[in-house]
Design a protein. Structure first.
Length: 252
């Protein structure tokens, strides 16, 4: 175990699988105590077993009213403080503006934007008490550039990008840093559905690989290293920044 994050207390949402799981494991390996948050307790417990005694399982739906405050209160009660928030939980619905339903639109913005805002707001008092902190929002390259059939998802991630910048400006003087990681196509349960539900999964996978100059899709671990950096004091002069981690996708 490294000591880059020794003494840090972190909350990671959507921690049961994919990018959230990889980030929770990486933060813990670097010395952080981690509250793993998500809707599926069994998956969270598996992650906690991998982490060990520095993990705290917190089953919660971050999109539900009152959950943000409960998550923060229970984390601080368990660990005694709070230094890092990684807003990773999210949902992806595919479709054009005509195809996306009102229910899908509302779910997308409730989880991808509103929950990020509520939890980010809820951690501020604890971070002030700790003398500062780091909020890391999981955005997307589609919050920077648009794409076909992402009429709800891309705007939601664009909102995350601008929320990140606004909070960085508002809370920088309190040493509360806010940054966003913007992955491209990372292989997770969420993105696997995009491929597997396509009429020709092999063709879709090949096309996704083709638009990345590095010649492969991302893995959750490709994102975790940047999350560790942004959580650590190494990034103490970094705030309001938007970091594409995309295999060169935006360079094309």
């Amino acid at each position: 175990m490294s000591s880059r994050l020794k003494g840090k207390i972190a909350i990671v949402t959507g921690a049961g699988s994919g990018i959230g799981r990889a980030c929770a494991l990486a933060l813990a390996r670097e010395g952080a105590n981690v509250a793993v948050v998500g809707r599926r307790r069994k998956l969270l417990e598996k992650v906690a077993t991998e982490i060990g005694s520095s993990a705290f399982v917190l089953a919660a739906d971050v999109a539900q009213k009152g959950e943000a405050e409960r998550i923060v209160e229970q984390t601080v009660s368990h660990f005694g403080s709070l230094n890092v928030l990684l807003n990773n939980a999210g949902v992806l619905h595919i479709g054009t503006a005509e195809q996306i339903t009102e229910e899908q639109w509302d779910e997308t913005f409730n989880l991808n934007v509103r929950a990020v805002w509520l939890l980010s707001r809820a951690v501020l008092p604890a971070m002030r008490k700790a003398g500062g902190g780091s909020i890391i929002n999981m955005g997307s390259v589609l919050g920077i550039n648009g794409a076909r059939n992402r009429a709800a998802y891309a705007p939601s991630k664009g909102a995350v990008v601008l929320l990140t910048k606004c909070m960085a400006i508002d809370y920088g003087q309190e040493q509360i840093r806010v940054n966003a990681i913007c992955p491209s196509f990372v292989e997770t349960d969420l993105t696997a559905a995009v491929i597997n539900n396509a009429p020709d999964p092999n063709s879709v996978r090949a096309e996704r690989i083709r638009v990345h100059p590095l010649g492969r899709l991302g893995q959750p671990e490709d994102i975790a290293g940047l999350a560790v950096y942004l959580a650590s004091d190494e990034s103490s002069w970094v705030t309001g920044s938007i970091f594409p981690v995309d295999g060169g996708y935006l360079a094309v």
